[in-house]
Design a protein around this ligand. Structure first.
Ligand SMILES: [Zn+2]
Length: 172
């Protein structure tokens, strides 16, 4: 089935968010990436920087919203759409509502912290703004990024453990 322009654009923007997530992984961060789009153009992006930035606030969405506000010179992002590889947490969902973002597209669901449908759906509560939530865009690709990252992390830990066990062996 041929994709229409709208679907093609959505995939293109999510792929751009995936690229940011891959950059996060390269820096040893949980791979989450985000872009904000206005009038068919990416105006800002963000990626998870929590570990290296040593800061709980450094989520991909917060960074992208911060940059978009600076770029547009205001806090109202009501003409913007946000694409993120992982379902936003409560903090990011709150920031999205506060920024009046119009549409939110996310890839993988987050059963532990997702706040647009998994743990809770903040978009269903009677706040003064309700973003329209579109879940599951390129979800397999987004989920794979995460599972592959954690698999490699476990391998790394296992290797480090084995090498420290070898070092700990008594000399003959
Ligand atoms: Zn978040």
């Amino acid at each position: 089935m041929a994709l229409n322009t709208f679907e093609k654009d959505n995939i293109r923007f999510m792929k751009a968010a995936i690229l940011r997530a891959k950059t996060a992984a390269k820096h040893g961060e949980t791979p989450v990436g985000c872009v904000i789009v206005k009038d068919g153009q990416i105006i800002s992006s963000g990626r998870n920087k929590r570990e290296n930035g040593k800061n709980a606030l450094y989520h991909a969405e917060i960074q992208a919203i911060d940059k978009a506000c600076k770029k547009l010179g205001g806090w109202r992002l009501h003409e913007c759409d946000l694409y993120v590889t992982l379902e936003p947490c409560a903090m990011c969902a709150g920031a999205i509502i506060n920024a009046r973002i119009k549409n939110v597209y996310f890839g993988a669901s987050d059963t532990k912290a997702g706040s647009f449908g998994s743990v809770i759906n903040l978009a269903d509560l009677p706040y003064n703004h309700k973003p329209v939530i579109h879940s599951g865009l390129l979800s397999e690709e987004c989920s794979y990024l995460l599972s592959d990252f954690f698999k490699q992390l476990r391998c790394h830990k296992q290797m480090n453990k084995s090498s420290s066990e070898i070092k700990a062996l008594p000399e003959q």
